[in-house]
Design a protein around this ligand. Sequence first.
Ligand code: G1P
Length: 295
Amino acid sequence: MSALTKIVIPVAGLGTRVLPASKAVPKEMLTVVDKPVIQHVVEEAINAGFKEIILVTRSGKSSIEDHFDKHYELEAELARKGKESLLKAVRDIIPSDVSICAVRQNQPLGLGHAVLCAASVVGNDDFAVMLPDMLIHNSHAEQCDLKDMVAEHHKSNAAQIMVEAVPYEHVERYGVVDCAGIPLTAGQSQPIVGMVEKPAQADAPSNQAIVGRYILPSRVMELLQDTKPSAGNEIQLTDALDQLIKEAPAYAYSMRGKTYDCGNKLGFLQANVMFGLDHPETGDDFNAFIKNLVN
Ligand code: G1P
């Protein structure tokens, strides 16, 4: 088993579900409370122990890379004015032992293709994939589903794919796993026997949807090279994983937290409410505001 340090974050999507907000600003740069969505996601990766972050990006999205780069002028100005906490907030986004790099996806051929664009950086190592639309909200700060899934990976030495139960009428929006009817317990993993991308409700093997956190062997990159377009005429990561389980075990990790899909308007609003209620600066007053609205 290779060290698990690398995490691939595809950020090359056009963000059509959140237009017009995402016309000139990448959807990953829209803010949830006081940080862009991508910063919440990168912090989750760092919290789970990842040290090498690989963004898969495209033209028009350079503000994402700039956000994680050093801003000398701003830092000098904040230091001159003695604004220490703001200085810390802009300087310490990425700890010194974590690196971030970017590769390009120059054709929108799907999630599987985006992941494949990172193959040369991933090399022969196990790696993780994280979809930046999905923010995970855990009910208390110490809990981190991704970290727990890493621990499951170390125990099993096999692929782990995070899932969440969704209403059956929503399964066609997701990749769906088949665990042969074994009930899933939050915080635990069960073997997967099949996987399908965006099934019709009648064809769905379960209502356990893939939420966008994966730990995978490097073999997936080879499988992706042979994966043909399917749902939405795109090269689907789910199809490569369905091939993987024919030769190696893979597990569905049932998350404890709750996901908010910031790639759509309602999920984005809900994320702002949940993270706003948790935030040390806004939490109390925002809570009072919401109670007042409800009453
Ligand atoms: C992607 C994956 C899908 C997963 C979903 C989670 O789909 O292909 O398996 O369930 O993310 O958001 P997309 O949302 O890009 O259509």
